[in-house]
Design a protein around this ligand. Structure first.
Ligand SMILES: [Zn+2]
Ligand SMILES: [Zn+2]
Length: 192
């Protein structure tokens, strides 16, 4: 598993603030010399004792510290929610990356196999071609051998034919009588 984002980099900053610690005193906007002592919930502002006496004495009040703590807790809750969302998003991203990696590995593997098959097929083709060439060569050799044999035989036949013609022309009785046996010897030599 390889993280796209490291979760440790995304952490709540509000966690660092101690909720129980004192918040800085605030000067009243209307009475510059006065410090605010309460928070008026009705008006949603900080108020000093003079302002309370003058305007806010019937309003709903709350301790500044308590309001601040509530606000901080609210912010913390929001930040936690955001953090959870980011966490889930990162998990999803990592899962997607992992799936993509697996897919990519699978494709790579298949391509390698195809390439291997291709190479095997290629060498098989070369081997068959080589065999075919060798076979053709041997066949050609056999044919030329046969051809020279036939040529030789043809020469022999021509020779016999010539002999027969000569004997016939000579009108020599003895030769004609002896010719049959000598020709028979030659024929038997030819048909070996
Ligand atoms: Zn005031
Ligand atoms: Zn008020």
């Amino acid at each position: 598993m390889h993280d796209i984002l490291a979760l440790k980099d995304i952490r709540s900053h509000i966690e660092d603030i101690d909720i129980r610690s004192e918040f800085k005193p605030v000067k009243c906007k209307d009475q510059r010399k006065q410090l605010c002592c309460m928070y008026c919930i009705t008006c949603e502002i900080l108020v000093c004792p003079k302002c309370i006496a003058k305007t806010h004495h019937t309003h709903v009040m709350m301790e500044i510290q308590t309001v601040c703590q509530m606000k901080v807790e609210g912010m913390k809750k929001m930040q936690d929610q955001a953090h959870n969302k980011v966490e889930k998003f990162i998990e999803k991203l990592n899962l997607m990356a992992e799936t993509e990696k697996l897919k990519s590995n699978d494709i790579e593997q298949k391509m390698l196999e195809e390439e291997k098959h291709g190479r095997e097929f290629h060498s098989q083709c070369l081997r068959l071609l080589e065999e075919h060439k060798e076979k053709t060569k041997r066949q050609f050799e056999r044919l030329s051998k046969k051809e020279s044999e036939v040529l030789e035989e043809e020469t022999d036949i021509e020779m016999v034919m010539h002999q027969v013609e000569n004997i016939h022309k000579s009108k020599n009785t003895e030769k004609i009588l002896g010719a049959v046996s000598s020709l028979r010897t030659n024929w038997s030599h030819l048909s070996r």
